[in-house]
Ligand binder design. Structure first.
Ligand code: DLL
Length: 429
C-alpha cells in the first residue's frame, strides 16, 4: 500500500531531476545561516557549482559539534517567528542540539510518517498506541501527527506505567504499537508476568536505537506482532527518515527528501553500495533548519535498489554509531552484537549491561546478564556451566575475552525510552 505512490516509486532521471532541484533550493536556504555562509565562502562554492547530484561532494560536511556550537538558534534559516515548533536531542554530553520546524516542515514530516505507516499496511480502523516520550523527543509528536494524518485511532499513551499500557492495549483493542525495542521487551515481560493476553496486537513499530534480528524474532514471538524497524534522527526532523517495508530486508530512505551518501568515517571518502560506513544525509526539504552533508554517526550501507515493493533506495539496518562503537583492546564492538549473542542463549534473559574498565592498562569488558530460571537447575555447577557457555559464545562472535556475571532475573535496569546498556569507565575514552 502506498501513501504517495508517485513519489515513493520515483526512479531514474525523474528522481534525479527532483533531487537536484531540491538540492539547489537547500543550498539557497543554507545561505541564511552564518556557519554556512562562512563555509561556502571559504570553500569558494557558488550556486553554479552544483550542476549534478555528484557535485554534493563539493559541499562541506556538518557535524553534531557544529550544531552544538550554534546553540540555540545558530542553524535556523528563517525568522524565529516562522518557527512553529522546537525539539531538542537528549544531549547526553554537553548542550543539547536544537531543531526548529516551520509549518511546511511539520507537514512534510507528517507526510513521511504517513508513508511509513501506510507502507506496512496500517490504515483507518487501526488503533495505534504511541508509547514514546511526547516531550522534546521527536518520536512522540512525530509519529502522532503522521498517524492522525493517515486516520488511525491514536492513543497518545507516552511512556511509563507498563501495567496501564497493557490495560489500554486490551481495553481499546490496540492493533499497532510504537516504542523503543527495549521498552517493547519490557512490555512483553510484564504482560507475561501478569498473564495478560495481547491478542489484538498485529504490528510493532520499533526504533530510536539499534536492535538485532534476534531481538526482532523474540519480540514477534512474545508480543504476537510483525515488527518493523524505524530509523530517524532529530536533526533530520526525527523519525521517518527510513523505514522497513513488508519485505523487511533493509530500510527505504525517502529519497525525495533525503540525499544519501556513505563515507569512510575516518577519511571522509565516499563509499559504494555494499560498503559499510557512516551515513551522511543532505535533507532536501527542510526549511527552518536546512543542513548540508550531515554526518549522522550511524553505521550502515546502501543496498541494491530493487525491492519487490516497488520502492527504491534502501539502507541496511543500523548496526550502531561510529561514536558509540566500543573499541576494546583494538577490537570494534557494537552493543548490538552482544545482544545478538545473548538472545541466542536460552539459559540467559535478554536484559544485560556492559561495563568497560581499564585495568593495568588493559581494557576489560564485563557483561552482566540475567539468568533465565526456566533453563537453570539452581545448582552451583549449572551456574558455572552457563557462565562458561556465555563467555565462549561471546568470544566466538566478538573475538574477545569478556567477564560474564550472571545476575538474578529482574535485577537489571529496564528502560522506557532508549536503553543505556553500556557504561564506559575508562579514563579519557
Ligand atoms: O531517535 C528519532 C526516532 C524516534 C527514530 C522514534 C525512530 C523512532 P534522536 O533522539 O535524535 O532521534 O536519536 C537519533 O538514534 O542517530 C541513531 O544513532 C539512533 N537510532 C534511531 N533509530 C534507529 C534505528 C530519534 N532504527 C539516533 N536503529 C540516530 C538504530 C537508531 N539506531
Amino acid at each position: 500500500m502506498f501513501w504517495n505512490e508517485k513519489i515513493e516509486t520515483l526512479k531514474g532521471k525523474d528522481l534525479e531531476q527532483l533531487q537536484l532541484k531540491r538540492l539547489k533550493w537547500t543550498l539557497s536556504q543554507v545561505r541564511h545561516v552564518g556557519f554556512y555562509q562562512q563555509q561556502l565562502r571559504e570553500g569558494g562554492i557558488g550556486a553554479d557549482d552544483i550542476r549534478t547530484l555528484d557535485d554534493v561532494r563539493k559541499l562541506p560536511f556538518t557535524r553534531k559539534q557544529d550544531l552544538r556550537d550554534g546553540y540555540p538558534f545558530g542553524f535556523i534559516a528563517v525568522p524565529l517567528s516562522q518557527v512553529v515548533r522546537i525539539h531538542t536531542t537528549s544531549g547526553t554530553t554537553g548542550k543539547p542540539t536544537v531543531v526548529g520546524y516551520t509549518r511546511r516542515d511539520l507537514e512534510a514530516w507528517a507526510e513521511l510518517i504517513a508513508r511509513n505507516l501506510t507502507m506496512v499496511g496500517l490504515k483507518e480502523g487501526d488503533v495505534f498506541q504511541n508509547m514514546v516520550n511526547y516531550g522534546m523527543f521527536t518520536g512522540g509528536l512525530g509519529f502522532h501527527y503522521g498517524a492522525e494524518k493517515v486516520g488511525l485511532t491514536v492513543i497518545p499513551s507516552a511512556t511509563g506505567n507498563t501495567r496501564r499500557q497493557i490495560e489500554m492495549i486490551q481495553d481499546f483493542g490496540v492493533t499497532a504499537i510504537h516504542c523503543t525495542p527495549s521498552y517493547a521487551m519490557h512490555l512483553a515481560e510484564v504482560a507475561e508476568e501478569i498473564g495478560a493476553e495481547l491478542s489484538t496486537l498485529r504490528t510493532g513499530l520499533f526504533g530510536a536505537e539499534p536492535w538485532s534480528d534476534a531481538m526482532r524474532g523474540e519480540l514477534e514471538r512474545r508480543l504476537g506482532v510483525t515488527a518493523y524497524d524505524s530509523y530517524g534522527l532529530s536533526e533530520l526532523f526525527g523519525p521517518g527518515v527510513a523505514f522497513e517495508c513488508p519485505e523487511r530486508d533493509g530500510l527505504h530512505i525517502w529519497h525525495d527528501s533525503y540525499l544519501v551518501e556513505i563515507i569512510d568515517p575516518s577519511t571522509g571518502e565516499v563509499l559504494g553500495p555494499g560498503e559499510r560506513g557512516e551515513l551522511v544525509v543532505t535533507p532536501l526539504v527542510k526549511e527552518a533548519m536546512p543542513l548540508l552533508r550531515y554526518r549522522t554517526g550511524d553505521i550502515t550501507m546502501l543496498l541494491p535498489d530493487e525491492c519487490p515493493c516497488g520502492r527504491a533506495q534502501k539502507i541496511a539496518r543500523i548496526t550502531g554509531r561510529s561514536d558509540d562503537m566500543l573499541v576494546i583492546r583494538g577490537i570494534n564492538v557494537f552493543p548490538s552484537q552482544i545482544e545478538h549473542v545473548l538472545l541466542g542463549i536460552p539459559e540467559v534473559g535478554n536484559q544485560f549491561m556492559v561495563y568497560v574498565d581499564r585495568v593495568n592498562h588493559l581494557d576489560e569488558m564485563t557483561i552482566e546478564v540475567e539468568i533465565n530460571r526456566a533453563h537453570f537447575s539452581g545448582e552451583i555447577a549449572d551456574l558455572a556451566r552457563i557462565q562458561k557457555k556465555v563467555v565462549k559464545e561471546l568470544r566466538d562472535t566478538l573475538e574477545l575475552r569478556t567477564t560474564v556475571k550472571l545476575v538474578e532475573p529482574g535485577s537489571l535496569p529496564r528502560f522506557e525510552g532508549k536503553a543505556k546498556r553500556v557504561i564506559d569507565r575508562r579514563e579519557g575514552v
